[in-house]
Design a binder for this molecule. Structure first.
Ligand code: ADP
Ligand code: MG
Length: 700
C-alpha cells in the first residue's frame, strides 16, 4: 500500500523542512531570497548547508552533488561524499559547508561549450539555484543529495539550460508586472510562468532491447519492417494498462512522489508500447527540473522491471513517435492566472491585450519558437502527420477567434459566441474534454482554456529552451506594449487601439483548421509564415539580428552564447547522425547481411538437393534469386553509406558538416534501411538476427 500523503516529497528539502531545520531568522532570509531574489551571506549558507546535510544523512545520504543541465540537454552530476577526515579518535567527521553548497567547480572542458571555452580553459562553476528545492536521489549507488544548480564558464557565460531560463523568467516577471499595473493591480509583486509538460515514452522488454544495437546506441530502431499491426485499430490509446506496465507505473509514481514530482496522469498512448505521464503544472524552472527527474526516473525504474524506457522522438518508423506537450501560463503571486479569460473575454481588456501581445510575439518570433522545439529526433515527427507541422500557428478556439475577428473588423467585440463554455476559464471537466478535439490537437500552439499548449516539443528534449523562448518573446511584446501605454494620454483609447493594431497586424498567425493537412502548408506559405522543416535549418534562426536584439535586450543570451549554442547544435546533429550511420553499417555488415547469406545458403543447398533428387525446385529457386537480387541492392546502399560517412567525417566546417549529414548521409541511411526491411519480409524468421517490430511493440 502506498500512502501518498506520507511519501510525497519525503526526499525533498521542502520549505516545511527548512522551517524545521533552520533557525527562524535564517529561514526567513532563505524564504525572502526564494521569493524576491538576493543572496545569502556565507554564514547563512553554512547554516543551510549543515541543515541540509543533517536532513540528508538522517535519510541515508552519503554523498552530495551539484545537479546541473549542461547543453547536452540532459543532467550531469558528480558525487562527493560528506566525509572529511577522521578525528583524533578515528571517528569520521562528516561535513558540508556553505561554500560547497553555493558553488561547485566541475571541469567545464568536458561539456559542450560551442567554442566559449577552449579545452585548456577548464574552469566552470555551478551555482546553487535556491528557487528549486534540493532533493535526495535513491539509486543503486546509494542515496545522495542533489542540489539544483546553474552552470557557467569562468567568464560568466551560461553553459547550461537553466541560466537562460532563469534570466527569461526575470524578464517576463518585470514586463508582465508593468502590464498588470496598467490595469490597476498594485498588489501583485511577482508574475511567474507556470509549466506542465506531458511526457510521452515507450517501454520495451530489456532482453529484446539488448539484442538491438540500434536501440542501445541510437535510442531508436534503424531497421525494422512494419509489424502486421500498428495503431490503426486505435485500441492502445487510453486502453487497459497491462500488468507489467502497471507495475512499472506504480513504482515510477512512488519514486516521483518521493522526489516531490506531482505525477498526476498516466495512460496508454496511441502507438503500441507507448505511454504518457503528466504532472501538475508548477513554476517553470521547477517544472523543467522535474521533467528531467521524470525522464531519468523512467529510465531507472524501467531497468528494475526488466524493461527499457525509450524517450526518443521516433523509436519506430511507421507508428506515432513521442512528444512533450508544454503547457504554459502566467500566474501572479496573488493567485491570478493572466491567461484566464473570465466569463466574458470580449470585455476583459487586460486579457485581450495579453492575447494580442502573445499573437504578436509568436508571429514575430515563429522561427525562434520553432527552433526551441527542434532536436535531432524531432525532425522525424514534425510535419510527418503525427505531430504539428514545422509551421508555427496559434489555435484560439472558435469563440476567441470570433472575438479577434470582431476586434480586427470593427474595433470592438460586442458579442460572444455561444460555444462560450470553452472559455469559462476554470478547468472543469467538460471544458477539458472540449479542448481535446481532433481539430485542436493538430495545432502547434493551442489556447486550451487558461493556458497555451505548445505541442511541438520532442519527448527526449529538455523543456528549458521552449520556455526560455516563450518567456523571452512574450516579455518583449509586453515591454513594447507597456512602453506605449504607460505614456498614453487616454489609456482606454490607447489600449483599445493597440489591441486592434496587434491583432490586425498578426492575425495571419491564427489558424483553427487542420494543421496536418497539405492545404495548410500551402496556405501558410501564402501568409508568409516560416516552414522550417529541419533542425539544422532552424539553428540559423538563433543569430538573426532580430533574435540577438531580443535576447540581448532582456539579457537572456549574449551574442557569444547564441553563437556557441549554434555550434553545439550543429555538432550534436552531426555526431548523432554519425553514430546512427555507424550503427547501421555495423548491423548491416555484421548481422543482417550474414543472416541473409546463411538463409540463401540453406536455400541453395535445398535447391541442389531437390535437383539431385530429380524434383523441380521452382519456389526455392525463385526465392533464392529474389533475395539475392535484393541483397545486391542492399550491399550497394551499404557501400554508398560508408562512402558518404567517410566524406562527412572530413568536412571541417561545423555547419557544412551538419548539412552534409542531413542532405546526403541521412538519405543513404534511409535507402539502406528500406532495402534491409524488404529482406526482412522475405527471410525465414528463425534466421533474422534481431527482434522484430512485432516482438518489440506487442510482446512487452
Ligand atoms: P489538457 O486536456 O488541455 O491537455 P490537462 O488538464 O490534461 O489539460 O493538463 C495538461 C497539463 O497542463 C498538465 O500538466 C496540467 O497540470 C497542465 N496545466 C493545467 N493548467 C495549467 C496552467 N494554468 N498553466 C500551465 N499548465 C497547466
Ligand atoms: Mg494536453
Amino acid at each position: 500500500m502506498i500512502n501518498v500523503e506520507e511519501i510525497f516529497a519525503k526526499n525533498v528539502f521542502t520549505i516545511g523542512k527548512m522551517k524545521d531545520y533552520l533557525p527562524g531568522e535564517v529561514f526567513r532570509d532563505v524564504k525572502k531570497v526564494i521569493d524576491q531574489g538576493g543572496e545569502l551571506t556565507i554564514a547563512e549558507a553554512d547554516i543551510v548547508a549543515k541543515a541540509m546535510k543533517d536532513w540528508a544523512m538522517e535519510n541515508g545520504a552519503t554523498h552530495y552533488t551539484h545537479w546541473f543541465q549542461p547543453l547536452t540537454g540532459i543532467t550531469a552530476e558528480k558525487h562527493d561524499s560528506f566525509i572529511t577526515h577522521p578525528d583524533a579518535e578515528g571517528f569520521m567527521i562528516m561535513d558540508f559547508s556553505g561554500r560547497e553548497l553555493i558553488k561547485g567547480e566541475p571541469d567545464a572542458s568536458s561539456f559542450p561549450s560551442g567554442g566559449l571555452r577552449a579545452t585548456f580553459e577548464a574552469r566552470g562553476y555551478t551555482a546553487w539555484d535556491i528557487t528549486s528545492p534540493a532533493f535526495l536521489k535513491e539509486t543503486a549507488a546509494g542515496v545522495f543529495l542533489c542540489i539544483p544548480t546553474a552552470f557557467c564558464a569562468y567568464t560568466g557565460e551560461a553553459l547550461d539550460k537553466k541560466t537562460p531560463l532563469l534570466r527569461s523568467m526575470e524578464a517576463i516577471n518585470i514586463q508582465a508586472l508593468r502590464i498588470i499595473r496598467l490595469f490597476g493591480d498594485d498588489k501583485s509583486k511577482k508574475v511567474t510562468p507556470m509549466v506542465g509538460p506531458e511526457q510521452e515514452y515507450f517501454l520495451v522488454d530489456a532482453q529484446k532491447y539488448l539484442k538491438r544495437r540500434d536501440l542501445i546506441f541510437a535510442g531508436r530502431t534503424l531497421f525494422g519492417a512494419p509489424a502486421p499491426k500498428g495503431h490503426e485499430m486505435d485500441d492502445h490509446y487510453f486502453g487497459d494498462i497491462r500488468e507489467r506496465i502497471g507495475a512499472f507505473m506504480k513504482d515510477l509514481n512512488e519514486e516521483l512522489w518521493k522526489m516531490g514530482v506531482t505525477a498526476k496522469t498516466q495512460h496508454n498512448e496511441t502507438a503500441p508500447a507507448q505511454h504518457e505521464l503528466a504532472p501538475i503544472y508548477e513554476t517553470a524552472n521547477i517544472a523543467v527540473d522535474h521533467n528531467q527527474i521524470v525522464m531519468e526516473t523512467m529510465k531507472r525504474v524501467a531497468v528494475r522491471h526488466d524493461l527499457r524506457c525509450l524517450l526518443h522522438e521516433k523509436p519506430f518508423a511507421g507508428v506515432n513517435g513521442s512528444g512533450k506537450h508544454n503547457n504554459w501560463s502566467l500566474n501572479t503571486d496573488t493567485g491570478t492566472n493572466l491567461l484566464d479569460p473570465g466569463e466574458t473575454p470580449n470585455e476583459n481588456i487586460q486579457f485581450l491585450l495579453i492575447i494580442a501581445c502573445i499573437m504578436k510575439a509568436v508571429d514575430t518570433h515563429a522561427d525562434l519558437l520553432r527552433q526551441s522545439a527542434s532536436d535531432v529526433g524531432n525532425d522525424h515527427r514534425l510535419g510527418a502527420f503525427e505531430a504539428p507541422p514545422a509551421i508555427i500557428s496559434i489555435f484560439l478556439g472558435e469563440q476567441l477567434e470570433d472575438v479577434v475577428r470582431q476586434l480586427v473588423e470593427t474595433g470592438s467585440a460586442g458579442s460572444l459566441k455561444e460555444s462560450g463554455k470553452l472559455m469559462t476559464g476554470v478547468s472543469t471537466l467538460p471544458d477539458l474534454i472540449k479542448d481535446a478535439t481532433d481539430r485542436n490537437r493538430t495545432s502547434p500552439f493551442a489556447f486550451t482554456g487558461n493556458k497555451f499548449e505548445f505541442r511541438m516539443t520532442g519527448s527526449s528534449d529538455s523543456v528549458a529552451s521552449p520556455n526560455t523562448t516563450l518567456n523571452a518573446i512574450v516579455a518583449e511584446a509586453f515591454c513594447e506594449a507597456a512602453d506605449i501605454l504607460e505614456n498614453a494620454e487616454d489609456f482606454d483609447l490607447a489600449v483599445h487601439d493597440l489591441i486592434k493594431k496587434y491583432m490586425f497586424n498578426h492575425q495571419r498567425i491564427i489558424f483553427n483548421g487542420n494543421s496536418y493537412s497539405e492545404e495548410w502548408v500551402t496556405e501558410a506559405e501564402k501568409r508568409g509564415l516560416p516552414n522550417i522543416t529541419t533542425m539544422v535549418e532552424a539553428v540559423e534562426t538563433l543569430t538573426t539580428d532580430k533574435a540577438v536584439a531580443l535576447y540581448e535586450k532582456f539579457q537572456i543570451f549574449t551574442r557569444a552564447e547564441l553563437t556557441a549554442t549554434k555550434e553545439i547544435l550543429y555538432d550534436t546533429y552531426s555526431k548523432t547522425l554519425n553514430i546512427e550511420a555507424k550503427t547501421m553499417i555495423d548491423m548491416a555488415s555484421k548481422q543482417i547481411i550474414p543472416a541473409v547469406m546463411r538463409y540463401t545458403g540453406e536455400l541453395a543447398y535445398t535447391v541442389n538437393q531437390l535437383n539431385a533428387a530429380g524434383i523441380k525446385a521452382t519456389v526455392q529457386t525463385e526465392l533464392l534469386k529474389e533475395i539475392t537480387d535484393h541483397l545486391i541492392i542492399m550491399q550497394s546502399y551499404l557501400n554508398r553509406l560508408k562512402e558518404y560517412e567517410n566524406i562527412a567525417f572530413t568536412i571541417p566546417d561545423n555547419r557544412a558538416r551538419a548539412f552534409y549529414y542531413k542532405d546526403k548521409v541521412k538519405e543513404a541511411m534511409e535507402l539502406l534501411r528500406v532495402s534491409a526491411d524488404r529482406l526482412e519480409m522475405m527471410v525465414d524468421i528463425t534466421y533474422w538476427p534481431i527482434p522484430t517490430y512485432g516482438d518489440l511493440m506487442f510482446e512487452v
